[in-house]
Ligand binder design. Structure first.
Ligand SMILES: [Zn+2]
Ligand SMILES: [Zn+2]
Length: 734
């Protein structure tokens, strides 16, 4: 076939001439075998009268009025570049920044559009004649590869010790890094979207030193393995998980650890008390070099930050903030313009479920069913992301973090202005959470000139599912998480809603309990457990449950009981996350936590096979479906007293929660006449509960929709907010 191809600002235009069958094959191959970085959104074809064309040409780009091309995420080193990287005869042999049009940094180095080298952090590297030739040659793999570079003209690496002395540079720096890692040193390594802290994963002393210096007591570390075969020694791996690990986004994938001991050389403090292991494969040339002929096969690679702050991306900040943690620094002189953490994903019921969406995915849009006005969703407080809509695209930012300090707020503001600039979006409306105290709510209220709108947290959760799954009309939504500000001023988190494009109705919820001390109860699950005991029998807690109270801090127990009696600093909550907290504390798994969701996560991991269940109670009045979970806790207490093994109790709690929630959802579906149910909220990161609940709801004939593009946790809130805001504008202007 002959013809031509050209880039347009809204996609690619191709004209081909040839036998009808070949043309048909060609068109279908665009969708079935696209080039590595192509994202085929839609193929439109027009038949033209036959015209004889000579050869096949790349013709120059044409700019159109509406600029809607997409900015690529950062992409892992491609097989061609990897081959050159390890080929002693290649001019880029062991060059740590090798890349081509199919791979390399993108989003994290782009300052502005159009995407040209002078608008990236590569601007000050002048290409040598050989790189320039590749860059200008349409037939070369590096034609218009903006970060193109080599040993002679591109970025370089070097190593500094913690005192700032440069101890090795260029290829020697890589060799030195391998040697230091093998000796058990902690290295801060500058990557694509920020710094990693790296340490040999089999060296217990080194890993626990990293833990204590980073003040990260128990939250699991991710491990980068040299190859897929190494991962198989430590974790179970199915085909979908393998594809996800090898995908160009190279996320961290959560796998189930092998318990047969074959991977027992991994340091115990990598992921204490954890059945899962977060693993990933090398994705930059620097990573591949660090594993090339190295004496180790696995490195802990964790975000370079101090516990609650955003990942460090600038050299000065690394020297200032990481020098108390890292023994050495592996720097390079290609600046990171925008922060981007590693993405985290897992496979559940055959589908990829993102848990943190960042490098490799952002800023790819979520495609919407309808074209909508431009709106900014400012996201939730925890696991914050922002979202900007443009036509049928919803650009959800990379994971920004917990908006609890100024550094993260700055990163939030930078992400918004950056996305607005590179996507050319001026939002008509800013949507924020209903909670008045969140830093992003306050930020939204300070933005003059643009209308603002508040949206309830769980409404946004369900709307996010509708947005990404293209659901029209109304659905029943089951939103289960830890905390979200409700329209009645109480804390919601176990909600059944009816949601459509314009609003929502609260159909039902978990029974409310008191949360003694508010935020302190989240850090100390025993407080919620005590509140549950108090709800069961307020007059008789100290005598009736002395056996449970004995495990908790005695003085504090008395204070909390007084708080409960007087309703002092005890907000009401219908939170499902707190229900699991209480259960975990009552069966002795965890009374206080070191990271968000820890008690619930450990309760899930404690599960041993058991089909028994604790029955909850439904009290459905004409107006609301009240899910009473107290009987579940009462049954748990009996089993604890009878000495039933904790793993079986954990299973029965989960089975009971699944049963009562699905019964409530079925009633909601009957009442509303709706057959589709959308699931969202951090509780759905619980694999056991998700799988069972989905199965049970489908068993009742309901169509079940969960998240597959954005996380089910609060990272999806910005998408839901923007979608609701956009539909509100459309309704008002119609
Ligand atoms: Zn490449
Ligand atoms: Zn060069």
């Amino acid at each position: 076939m002959n013809g031509w191809v050209r880039n347009q600002s809204d996609g690619v235009e191709i004209e081909v001439a040839g036998p009808a069958g070949s043309v048909g094959d060609f068109v279908s191959s665009i969708s079935s075998e696209p080039p590595p970085l192509a994202r085929i959104v839609k193929v439109e074809t027009i038949d033209l009268p036959y015209q004889r064309i000579e050869g096949f040409k790349i013709i120059s780009s044409r700019a159109l009025q509406s600029r809607s091309t997409l900015i690529s995420p950062d992409v892992c080193t491609c097989p061609d570049c990897l081959r050159e990287l390890l080929d002693p005869r290649d001019r880029r042999f062991r060059y740590p920044f090798i890349n081509c049009t199919n791979c390399g940094p993108r989003y994290t180095i782009i300052k502005d559009i159009p995407y040209d080298r002078d608008k990236t952090t590569m601007a000050h590297f002048k290409m040598c004649p050989e790189c320039r030739r590749e860059y200008d040659d349409p037939l070369d793999r590096r034609f218009h590869a903006q970060p193109n570079a080599c040993w002679d003209c591109g970025p370089q690496v070097w190593i500094e010790d913690a005192q700032g002395n440069r101890i090795a540079a260029r290829d020697e720096a890589i060799a030195k890094a391998v040697e230091l890692l093998d000796r058990g040193s902690i290295l801060a390594i500058k990557g694509l979207g920020g710094f990693h802290l790296a340490v040999k994963a089999t060296d217990e002393a080194a890993v626990s030193r990293l833990r204590s210096r980073k003040i990260r007591e128990e939250k699991p570390f991710a491990v980068m393995f040299a190859e897929l075969g190494d991962i198989r020694r430590y974790a179970h791996l199915n085909g979908e998980e393998e594809n996800l690990l090898k995908s160009m986004a190279r996320p961290i994938v959560l796998l189930t650890r092998r318990e047969d001991g074959s991977g027992s050389d991994l340091a115990g403090s990598v992921a204490p008390w954890n059945r899962y292991l977060g693993v990933f494969l090398p994705y930059t040339p620097v990573h591949f070099l660090l594993f090339d002929n190295a004496p180790y096969r696995a490195l802990v690679m964790t975000s370079g930050n101090q516990s609650d702050e955003p990942i460090v991306m600038q050299d000065e900040d690394a020297r200032a903030h990481l020098s108390g943690i890292a023994d050495y620094f592996l720097f390079h002189d290609r600046d990171i313009y925008i922060r981007c953490d590693d993405s985290v994903s897992r496979v559940l019921t055959g589908a990829v479920r993102p848990m943190r969406r960042a490098r490799g995915y952002a800023p790819q849009p979520v495609f919407l069913r309808d074209s909508v006005p431009s709106v900014l969703g400012a996201g939730a407080e925890l696991k914050n992301t922002v979202c900007l809509t443009r036509g049928k695209e919803a650009f959800v930012s990379q994971h920004i973090g917990d908006l609890e300090n100024l550094e993260t707020l700055r990163s939030f503001e930078h992400s918004i202005s950056h996305l607005e600039r590179i996507l050319e979006i001026e939002p008509e409306l800013i949507v924020h959470d209903l909670h008045p105290d969140y830093l992003n709510t306050q930020w939204a209220l300070r933005q003059g000139g643009v209308p603002r709108m508040a949206v309830q947290h769980h409404h946004a959760h369900i709307a996010a599912v509708m947005a990404e799954r293209g659901l029209d009309g109304a659905v029943v939504g089951l939103a289960l998480d830890g905390t979200g500000f409700g329209t009645d001023g109480t804390i919601w988190g176990g909600e059944i809603l009816r949601v459509d494009k314009l609003g929502f109705e609260r159909l039902g919820h978990l029974r409310q309990v008191l949360l003694p001390g508010g935020a302190r109860a989240i850090k100390q699950p025993w407080r919620t457990a005590l509140s549950y005991l108090w709800s069961i029998d307020p007059e008789n807690v100290e005598r009736g449950y002395a056996d449970f109270l004995a495990a908790w801090p005695t003085g504090d127990v008395k204070i909390v009981l007084r708080m409960l009696d007087r309703r002092l600093n005890c907000p009401l909550t219908s939170s499902c996350g707190r229900l699991f907290d209480a259960a975990a504390a009552l069966c002795g798994i965890r009374t206080s936590i070191n990271y968000e969701g820890q008690a619930a996560i450990e309760l899930e991991q404690a599960i041993e096979p058991d089909e028994g269940l604790y029955e909850g109670r439904l009290e459905s009045g004409p107006d609301t479906i009240l899910i009473d979970q107290l009987p579940i806790i009462e049954a748990l207490i009996e089993d604890v007293r009878r000495g039933v093994p904790v793993g079986r109790i954990a299973a029965r709690v989960h089975n009971g929660v699944v049963r009562i929630l699905s019964r409530a959802a079925v009633i909601a579906a009957e009442r509303t006449g709706l057959n589709r149910i959308a699931l969202s909220g951090g509780v759905f990161q619980n694999a056991y509960l998700s799988q069972r609940l989905e199965r049970e709801l489908s068993g009742h004939g309901l169509e079940v929709y969960g998240h597959i593009e954005v996380p089910a946790n609060d990272a999806c809130i910005s998408l839901g907010q923007a979608w609701i805001g956009a539909h509100r504008i459309m309704a008002e202007t119609r």
